[in-house]
Design a binder for this molecule. Structure first.
Ligand SMILES: [Zn+2]
Length: 272
């Protein structure tokens, strides 16, 4: 699972998570390390997997530390580090999305309820107004989103980013966070991997055959390497080769992120 998909999963849970009891994988620790998750005290309860029937038990503090009572095994102590609870840092996520999309007019607090305004992204001649709502899975979600948007100035093109679900809504495009952005597991950098204009339904301007973004250049380069059999099997190694080739060939352009390069390699290989 990608780091961004992992973040979606955590946001969709809607509560505190802990590295130990919710699966302390690489994605989780990267998200915590890079500030996408913030510390939120300790867990209130744990699930006991030590006895025959898994059961949940409240965490208690005894003279010598944290633990819980299991009906079969009695008091079981727990390492305090394993009990640290985390919550998704939504304001930080909004800020990073806004920066990666080059948005203006971000709102630093929620518009209403759980709806945030990421800001206005300029796509050719069109302005796409981006919003975030954690989940779009229930009627309550859409009702709250509509309440929030009713407080906003009407914009022609709107796109709502969410971590889970995508209820169809009239005049409102939605996208899952992991389909719009990618978080680099090493650096924590968030990069945009899809065109918000296309997602919001902005008609494409004819660019007269000139490749508009580095995506087209990357596709050409990767396809060329596969064609002349210079591509290597390892995605990581191939990504380094592609990156160097890109830098040499298009020295006047910003080098695409490693995650974007890998994504185009996977795409060229027919995977996902
Ligand atoms: Zn037990």
């Amino acid at each position: 699972m990608s780091t961004t998909s992992r973040l979606c999963e955590i946001i969709a849970q809607g509560g505190k998570v802990s590295t130990d009891f919710e699966g302390g994988d690489d994605g989780f620790s990267a998200l915590a390390r890079h500030g996408y998750l913030r510390k939120a005290g300790v867990l209130a309860s744990v699930v006991c997997n030590e006895c025959d029937a898994p059961h949940s038990a409240p965490i208690v503090y005894e003279a010598d530390g944290y633990g819980y009572y299991c009906p079969d095994l009695g008091f079981l102590s727990l390492d305090a580090a394993r009990l640290a609870a985390f919550l998704p840092d939504i304001p930080k996520l909004i800020e990073r999305l806004s920066e990666a999309l080059g948005c203006r007019r971000r709102k630093s607090s929620s518009v209403y309820g759980k709806t945030w305004r990421i800001g206005a992204a300029q796509i050719d001649a069109a302005t796409v107004m981006l919003y975030f709502h954690p989940t779009l899975a229930t009627e309550d979600d859409t009702r709250e989103l509509h309440h929030a948007l009713a407080r906003e100035a009407r914009s022609e093109w709107r796109l709502v980013v969410t971590a889970q679900g995508a209820l169809p809504m009239v005049g409102l495009a939605t996208v899952r966070l992991d389909d719009l952005a990618e978080i680099d597991v090493t650096t924590g950098a968030l990069s945009v991997i899809a065109d918000p204009g296309v997602l919001a339904g902005v008609p494409r301007k004819n660019l007269g055959g000139r490749p508009s973004a580095h995506g087209d250049l990357l596709r050409l380069l990767i396809a060329g390497r596969i064609r002349d059999a210079s591509a290597v099997d390892s995605i990581n190694a191939e990504a380094r080769e592609v990156r160097d080739a890109f830098a040499a060939k298009y020295s006047d352009r910003p080098i695409p992120s490693d995650s974007a390069i890998k994504r185009y390699i996977r795409e060229a290989r027919g995977g996902s």
